[in-house]
Design a protein around this ligand. Structure first.
Ligand SMILES: *Cc1c(COP(=O)(O)O)cnc(C)c1O
Length: 449
């Protein structure tokens, strides 16, 4: 099976044809999940001793499997954090697959890693972090947060030596993402969840109080620049200053919201981010890259290397070569050069196009908030922040929310799922797709009457 023949030639044509048609698809359908039984029935056996053939397998994907998988770039997919990769980024993902590049070491992936680093450099510059800040693309915010927090704890351990505590702890806010808790669990660390202020922001004062109480047990403070539920940015400046003063690692989770740095409209809200020791942003969320892609940056890359670099006889050749390797910055060794589709799209369109696209989604959020203010059956649950608009439906309980969302999904009206705020149901729109229109928002709002 390792040779090129007519059947592969045909397959290449059909696969490229599919890719072309999918990037051109308008409108993009939401699609609908099926049960495992239904899928087994529709597909029949796919893994057989003789193989079913590439054409048949591709047909199964196009006719059965893809329609049973939701399109994250469906324009009325406003749940969770959707995705809207650019055509250029999606197409280049095919190139990354075809090129067979190992992205773990500079020696093996130099050219591709150089391009990834160019994209990281742009993120560094808009984040206002100092020159010398370096990093790597990892699969997602969860791995990005875990890798940064592990580096933070490693640094604290090294610094404290024999005086180190039995068990470290991480400070985060009650609005922080579930991955901070998940990461702490992996690290066997405690998480101290501090209260937020009346705008649901973590503040320096709250962090200072936690540091006073827990002292050297705290190895990192994890602030959020754009909470998933509400888009709220913590008070990065006051938190960053306290962390500096106390010598505690300052991590900023911008997995969703970091894209707000791309425009002057929201960049000032990130004031203080330049103090961060580590920062993440997911280009696969609001920066229009395909899954999976999280940029992880370290102010002091040496500290990341100290925590993450793997050493072994079979890797000694790479050590002897003396390069900075992407594998040294996170919990991984082998890696796909997953930053390349993002780099290609940035290089193709230029950073101004990113500013414009983020601005369009901010306009959509403004428009949605205005529509919600103008109807009596909906009420904003929080002042809209970044591109998240959270609201309640007057008179509805949790079951009504669930039922409406199911119905909207089944009828192909929209993919809008309930969330919770203070234990009560809310809806939230998360706008990251510049292809969404205000007419589509109006249609959803009307359907909630
Ligand atoms: C989405 C998100 C994460 C997790 O990122 P994944 O890429 O899904 O692993 C972490 N933090 C925040 C604030 C997020 O919105």
């Amino acid at each position: 099976m390792h040779h090129f023949d007519e059947s592969i030639d045909l397959l290449a044509e059909r696969i490229l044809e599919y890719a072309k048609a999918r990037t051109r698809l308008d409108p993009i359908p939401l699609n609908f999940p099926k049960t495992e039984e239904e899928l087994r029935e529709l597909c029949g056996p796919t893994i057989t001793p003789d193989g079913i053939g590439g054409t048949r397998a591709l047909d199964l994907f196009i006719d059965v499997l893809e329609p049973a998988s939701l399109s994250v770039d469906y324009t009325k997919y406003l749940s969770f954090v959707p995705a809207a990769p650019t055509e250029a980024a999606v197409l280049f993902d095919l190139v990354v697959g075809a090129a067979s590049i190992y992205g773990g070491s500079w020696l093996e992936g130099a050219g591709a890693v150089h391009a990834e680093n160019e994209a990281l450099e742009w993120l560094r510059s808009i984040a206002g972090m100092p020159v010398g800040t370096e990093g790597v693309f990892v699969p997602g915010g969860t791995v990005g947060n875990l890798s940064a927090l592990h580096a933070a704890r490693h640094d604290a351990k090294t610094r404290l030596g024999d005086a180190r505590p039995q068990r470290f702890a991480i400070v985060a806010s009650k609005e922080s993402h579930s991955s901070i808790k998940a990461g702490a669990e992996v690290m066997d660390c405690d998480v101290i969840l501090v209260d937020t202020d009346d705008q649901r922001r973590m503040t320096g004062a709250a962090v200072a109080a936690a540091l006073d109480e827990h002292g050297d047990r705290i190895c990192a403070v994890a602030a959020t620049s754009g909470t998933t539920n509400l888009g709220v940015i913590d008070d990065l400046r006051s938190i960053g200053e306290i962390c500096r003063e106390r010598g505690v690692w300052f991590h900023v989770d911008g997995a969703y919201g970091g894209a707000g740095l791309a425009t002057e409209r929201t960049r000032p809200q990130f004031d203080g981010l330049e103090l961060a020791d580590s920062f993440i942003v997911d280009p696969h969320k609001w920066l229009f890259a395909p899954f999976d892609c999280c940029a992880l940056l370290y102010r002091n890359p040496d500290k990341a290397v100290a925590a993450h670099a793997q050493h072994a006889g079979y890797l000694a050749f790479l050590d002897a070569h003396g390069d900075r390797n992407p594998s040294d910055y996170a919990i991984h060794l082998t890696r796909r050069v997953r930053g390349l589709p993002f780099w290609f799209s940035l290089a193709t369109h230029g950073t101004d196009a990113y500013t414009t696209a983020v601005d369009i989604t901010l306009d959509l959020a403004d428009a949605a908030a205005e529509m919600i203010r103008n109807v009596d059956y909906l009420e904003l649950a929080h002042e809209p922040s970044l591109s998240v608009v959270a609201f309640t439906r007057t008179g509805w309980g949790p079951d009504d929310y669930q039922a409406w969302s199911e119905k909207a999904m089944n009828e192909g009206l929209a993919f809008v799922t309930p969330s919770r705020l203070d234990g009560k149901p809310i809806y939230r729109f998360c706008f990251i797709n510049p292809r969404t229109t205000t007419d589509e928002i109006a249609e959803i709002i009307a359907a909630l009457a």
